[in-house]
Write a protein that binds this ligand. Structure first.
Ligand SMILES: [Zn+2]
Ligand SMILES: [Zn+2]
Length: 287
């Protein structure tokens, strides 16, 4: 079944998708070279930085900014966020935001492009991003961002940022840099946010009685830089902060907060007032 807004895949669409899948598989394959290259602190640091920047590109950029307008920023930094998210192999910012807005509109109902409740775990994790069915969706729900030519170019030439990650890492530290910076850093940044779509709607606690299967999951929160507080997010999608209490670690929000102090982003949206009525006694009350 096609997701809402998706069009029937053409032969060309399927071929493009085969290419996309090939790139994703290829980058995963680079990880297998890790035992054969020299490992050092600096290449481990490179892998960690690569993971952090690309994951923030998806969590702060693709998700909280492009999909939900959780803060404002300049046209230049908007492009930086789009580039970093695109490097993580989850297609361009317009494609991602369009699909994610449909996810919130149809959460865990027909029309949701990645519901594990409807399509199963692997469809929600990998199938939706690699499927030819979703290759050319109707982008009518992201006209707020599709007016920017540079973002349309990112969507069109979506593999350029990933390729540039490989080039920069190889130039910096040779083959070990290529393997750790592109292979391992990008593969982890590819999977981490996808776990929110799959595991984030299956495993964990529900603080709020939302109309979907979203969950709050601490290990997912840590792995995906705060995105694991997904039930909080479905309750209040426009908030830049997904961790609603001090102990709900939300690294993406800390980064957004830091960027706001530096004047790079502004008008950072905070959670609405909420009560702990959904889970009495389990969480402290805010406000
Ligand atoms: Zn969700
Ligand atoms: Zn969202």
């Amino acid at each position: 079944m096609l997701a809402a807004g998706a069009t029937q895949p053409t032969l060309r669409g399927r071929l493009v998708n085969l290419g996309s899948t090939g790139v994703v598989v290829g980058v995963h394959g680079v990880c297998l070279l890790a035992p054969f290259v020299a490992c050092s602190r600096r290449v481990l640091a490179l892998g960690a930085i690569s993971y952090l920047l690309q994951t923030l590109g998806v969590t702060a950029g693709y998700h909280r900014y492009f999909s939900h307008h959780a803060f404002k920023t300049s046209r230049f930094f908007q492009f930086v966020l789009g580039w970093l998210g695109c490097a993580a192999m989850q297609n361009g910012p317009l494609w991602w935001a369009s699909g994610h807005r449909r996810h919130h509109r149809f959460s865990d109902r027909p029309g949701d492009p990645h519901s594990p409740v409807i399509g199963g775990f692997w469809h929600a994790h990998l199938g939706w991003v690699l499927s030819g069915e979703n290759d050319h969706p109707d982008l009518g729900n992201v006209r707020d961002f599709s007016v920017f030519r540079e973002l349309r170019l990112l969507d069109r030439f979506k593999w350029v940022p990933t390729a540039m990650t490989g080039v920069v890492c190889a130039l910096a530290f040779g083959a070990p840099g290529f393997v750790w910076g592109l292979g391992i850093g990008t593969t982890l940044a590819f999977h981490a946010p996808l776990f929110v779509n799959s595991a984030g709607h299956i495993w964990g606690a529900r603080r709020f009685e939302t109309k979907d299967g979203s969950r709050n999951n601490a290990w997912l929160g840590a792995l995906v830089l705060g995105e694991g507080w997904h039930n909080n997010h479905h309750h209040d999608p426009s908030s830049a902060k997904h961790g609603f209490t001090w102990w709900e670690v939300d690294v993406t929000y800390y980064a957004i907060w830091l960027l706001s102090k530096l004047g790079v982003v502004w008008e950072v949206r905070q959670p609405r007032a909420w009560s702990n009525a959904a889970s009495p006694g389990k969480v402290p009350r805010l406000n």
